[in-house]
Design a protein around this ligand. Structure first.
Ligand code: GGG
Length: 357
């Protein structure tokens, strides 16, 4: 049976980079006829919003439920406020499908260049686990006294539930144990005297159940500094929604840029499909020019292959990316002159050389 993959190219450079991710999956299938995919492209995003008033049709989540996985490009368009596009598509899927683990590898690939002096691939290799359904991105809040210049205020409610914190922390410890890696919690338990204190307490409780897994906690400000100064001290990192969002952009920065930042939104219980995406947004300034870096999108399908139970192919796709970069197959953001399409083709070709069909 083929895997059914929903492809939501979305906005801006989304269609260009997802096309390359799909190309690489097709190549995997060509090399391994036992592994087949059926793709369905869903034209959801800002154009859908401008025509129909919603980013995705009513019943979209019910429709998506039937798929084995979802590949998303990007959301965001200057014609529509960013909170409308994000809350119209990506965040409802994460919450609705209980994709509470946002796994973001921060890894300096062979051939990529860190802006940090003398850093080698073995110095930057961590897995950041961002809580993905609540926290600072609960979506709860209010505008009070709107338009009243004396009184108006915005309330943004941060929600940390016992279930929500415990399950992401537990996921981190299970992963740490499985990989033989330490787990670092990042929070802000001094200034955030309710949510931060609670997070730290739950982390300590869960940590006590895993005495074989080394663990430590950092305040988010200190963690940000150490990401730059000494990234090697991080192996598995677990943190809240907002902190994870910010720290993984910083992580992308030290690992060569957003072009190398991939992301898996996982429902570990597999009650719902998981969603895979590049971390970057829609980059409207370069959309349609065939110069966007497709590596993050291609890496995201490597994460998808791993989730679907094909770790060998996942590793090979990553290896093909590394060989292609080393061979100089780079888009302009990496100082190269290759197009999006050429880089996608180069990765697919390297894959065929690594594992001939
Ligand atoms: N690749 C999907 C995308 O466009 N992401 C941009 C974004 O703003 N994401 C917010 C988030 O990851 O929480």
């Amino acid at each position: 049976m083929p895997y059914r993959i929903a492809v939501i190219p979305g906005d801006g450079i989304g269609p260009e980079v997802t096309a390359q991710a799909v190309r690489v999956l097709r190549q995997v299938s060509a090399l391994d006829p036992g592994l087949t995919f059926e793709f369905e492209e869903l034209p959801w995003g800002t154009e859908h919003y401008l025509t129909h008033g919603t980013m995705m049709p009513r019943g979209a989540l019910d429709y998506l439920k039937a798929f084995d996985a979802i590949e998303l490009g990007a959301v965001g368009d200057p014609r529509v406020p960013d909170d409308v596009t994000l809350w119209g598509l990506l965040l409802p899927i994460r919450q609705g499908f209980d994709q509470y683990v946002n796994l973001r590898p921060v890894r300096l690939l062979q051939g990529a260049q860190s802006p940090l002096k003398d850093r080698r691939p073995e110095d930057i290799d961590m897995l950041v686990l961002r809580e993905n359904t609540e926290g600072e991105y609960s979506g709860k809040g209010d505008f009070l006294y709107p338009g009243d210049r004396q009184m108006e205020m915005a309330l943004q409610t941060t929600v940390f539930s016992r279930r929500g914190v415990e399950r992401i922390v537990r996921y981190a410890f299970e992963l740490g144990r499985h990989l033989g890696r330490s787990v670092t919690s990042v929070s802000k338990g001094n200034a955030m005297n309710f949510s931060g204190v609670f997070w730290d307490r739950v982390f300590r409780e869960v940590a006590s159940e895993y005495p074989d897994v080394p663990s430590r906690s950092y305040l988010v400000d200190a963690a940000a500094m150490f990401f730059v100064q000494d990234p090697g001290r991080f192996e598995v990192v677990v943190t809240s929604n907002l902190f994870g969002d910010i720290l993984t952009d910083l992580g992308a920065g030290i690992a060569g840029g957003l072009g190398f930042a991939a992301s898996a939104n996982l429902n570990p219980e597999r009650r719902f499909p998981s969603l895979f995406e590049p971390v970057h947004g829609s980059a409207p300034d370069i959309a349609g020019r065939n110069i966007a870096n497709p590596i993050a999108a291609i890496w995201s399908v490597a994460l998808m292959l791993e989730h679907l139970g094909h770790p060998g192919w996942s590793a090979l796709v990553l290896q093909a990316i590394e060989v292609a970069i080393r061979d100089g197959e780079r888009t302009p953001d990496l100082g190269g002159s290759r197009t999006t399409d050429e880089v996608g083709r180069a990765v697919a070709q390297r894959l065929a050389k690594l594992r001939p069909g």
